[in-house]
Design a protein around this ligand. Structure first.
Ligand SMILES: NC(=O)c1ccc[n+]([C@@H]2O[C@H](COP(=O)([O-])OP(=O)(O)OC[C@H]3O[C@@H](n4cnc5c(N)ncnc54)[C@H](O)[C@@H]3O)[C@@H](O)[C@H]2O)c1
Length: 379
């Protein structure tokens, strides 16, 4: 018999939906020591919170996150709100003895992240950050192939995360839906929002990043602020590109922008090793491209692995359908919930913990410092 784990969710936007879907579906597909119970959702607007609770099956609502954190019937708090609230809520959760599942990026900056790590570690509460792309089966398979040594020595890591939704100069900044354009709520632009994902995956697959050299640009310098109604300076990076050196000696390029007309969420990475290379593309997320130089000459070429084998060879796929039938974006969140609950049962923390996710934060801070100074910066 699995034990209940009472969830309190804060925020009901994009991630509120993605996580709620994960909690609802996980027990149908995974055998785990715990099952999530959707106890309460918190939003400032009671009517919207109630609508969300009815749609997703939450038992109750709160309109002040502090009340939710204090509730005795909540075991774990899920933080799905803008980045400027992550620290305060996480620390309040730790002080109240609650487990914390926090959305990425961990924090606005490293100093905040350090405080958050200290709080959860001092309280001894399980904690995790939602870097969900690790749980796309093709990406998890990439990790497995690298750990098996199939690529050999790694020379290059190349990552892109391209979007095009902020090109219009008429787009305001700030407030509901547009907090990502307001540095006070987001901390940074594409660096913390999109590159944070690329950096987390890169560190997970290829190890520590030692040093970076970055450039950023803010193409639209002023936008009307939704909260003040005034035209205000834009404080975020609209685009960021950086070079990096990994501890293992490999070289990397990372690029992200919200000004690549035609691209909506093109997250790709490619890793070139001495013996083999791999490529992955979020638009075709169930495929892993693999090239192995050891293949017989006449057959040598890129192979496209459809990561849907349920015979135990492809990560997570034994929990889903029959071979050949793919799963999608939302399943990465189901997998992350499953890994968190599995970790609770086994007493092994699911990754990335706050402490692990702080590594990504350190790279983000170094990238922004390098862009500001024009110099290489050690992480
Ligand atoms: N893992 C991923 O792939 C991924 C994807 C998108 C967003 N995120 C992260 O998730 C977080 C939320 O992003 P989103 O896209 O869901 O944003 P969103 O704008 O869709 O939703 C944010 C929610 O927070 C609520 N909110 C804001 N202030 C609040 C407060 N004081 N009290 C209670 N609720 C409050 C808003 O009403 C809204 O429901 C961010 O940290 C973001 O970086 C992660």
């Amino acid at each position: 018999m699995s034990k209940p784990l009472n969830i309190g969710m804060i925020g009901y936007g994009f991630m509120g939906r993605a996580h709620s879907n994960g909690y609802r579906r996980v027990g149908n597909f995974f055998d785990l020591a715990y099952h999530p119970v959707l106890k309460a959702v918190c939003a400032r607007d009671a009517a919207k919170a109630k609508d969300f609770a009815d749609r997703w099956g939450y038992e109750s609502i709160e309109t002040d996150w502090r009340k939710l954190v204090e509730r005795k019937d909540i075991d774990a708090v899920d933080i799905c709100v803008p980045n400027n609230l992550h620290k305060e809520i996480s620390i309040a959760c730790a002080n109240a003895g609650k487990m914390v599942l926090c959305e990425k990026p961990l924090s606005m900056n490293v100093a905040e992240g350090e405080e958050m790590c200290e709080a959860v570690e001092k309280a001894g509460v399980p904690n995790m950050v939602w870097y969900n792309y690790r749980r796309v089966p093709a990406v998890t398979l990439a990790k497995k192939l690298i750990e098996e040594g199939r690529l050999g020595r790694i020379f290059h890591y190349r990552a892109l995360f391209l979007q095009d939704w902020t090109i219009s100069t008429d787009l305001p900044q700030g407030g509901q839906g547009l907090w990502r354009l307001d540095a006070a709520a987001s901390g940074s632009g594409v660096t913390g929002d999109l590159l944070a994902h690329c950096i987390d995956t890169a560190i997970w697959l290829n190890g520590t990043i030692d040093t970076v050299s970055a450039m950023t640009e803010t193409f639209v310098k002023e936008r009307t602020h939704n909260l003040t109604g005034k035209v205000e300076k834009v404080g975020i990076d609209d685009a960021c590109a950086f070079l990096a050196r990994f501890k293992n000696g490999s070289l990397a390029t990372f690029e992200s922008t919200r000004y690549a007309r035609g691209h909506k969420a093109l997250y790709t990475f490619e890793i070139n090793g001495e013996k083999a290379s791999i490529k992955w593309d979020l638009h075709d997320l169930h495929r892993l491209e693999y090239f192995d130089h050891r293949d017989e000459g006449k057959l040598r070429g890129w192979r496209s692995i459809h990561v849907t084998d349920n015979g135990g060879e492809h990560p997570y796929m034994d929990k889903w359908w029959v071979p050949g039938l793919q799963i999608g974006y939302e399943h990465s969140f189901v997998h992350q919930v499953a890994d968190f609950l599995d970790g609770l049962g086994k007493g092994v923390p699911a990754e990335p913990t706050f402490r692990s996710a702080l590594e990504t934060q350190k790279v983000c801070d170094a990238v922004l410092a390098s862009a500001a100074s024009g110099a290489w910066v050690n992480v």
